[in-house]
Design a protein around this ligand. Sequence first.
Ligand SMILES: [Zn+2]
Length: 280
Amino acid sequence: MLRVYILLLAAGLMLANTLMAAEASPLPRHQPVPGGVAVIGLGDTGFGQGDLVRFNDRPVMVREVDGEWTAVIGIPLSATPGELQAEIRHRDGRRQPLGFEIRDKQYEESRLTVEREMVHPGEEALRRIGRETQRIRSALQTWTDAPQAWNLAFPYPVEGRRTSPFGLRRFFNDEPRRPHSGLDIAASVGTPIVAPAPGRVVETGDFYFNGKSVFIDHGQGLVTMYCHMDSIDVSVGDRVETGSPIGTVGATGRVTGPHLHWSVSLNGTMVDPDLFLARP
Ligand SMILES: [Zn+2]
């Protein structure tokens, strides 16, 4: 009887260890498609401390995992399937091409009817949108050398129901719009939103399309964005940890109902947030 109990206990501990190992990962999932992430081992390139990887004229996240250097490259949704080129820049000035293959991915399609002025903003709104686009772009292109978040298997930033996925090809009033650049999670107004990883708040604001929004820099070109919020509970410069409250779900900006629009940007490129969510 005691032996059975010990065996069960050992099995339970092993299971717990496996679950913990599955939850904490210093890398997102490898999905080399448009809008995905390429996780590329640099073991046979001679890459070392102080070397850099660049892609599309931007620095790329590089992590040392179990003694092997690994590049983590965000791939634009607009990328054409086939071979893409990144580049290693060694400390001694040598440059080395780093090619990688991406395959095609078919994203879903959705058609919506929305208020006309949200599809055709007036002149004043267009000027406002122009200014805001600059702020949003510069927040998403934040680069800090040190990784703030080592664990890149995130918990959900809010409890709710997944609705529109990343990459959804959208039509508003039958006019094609940019594909969906984040993951929507529906929840009632006031539901708390938490940071899924440590970082620093680099921008907040109330934007025409995105409504009340927060941007968190997690280091090495990884920035997350939270939109349509009801309240914002952090300020630019604040440090957040995993689970820190940053505000609540709302319906501000261009929305059809309360939800969190959550975007993940890597090397200045919006990628599928799902690749960063811990598997249950
Ligand atoms: Zn959305």
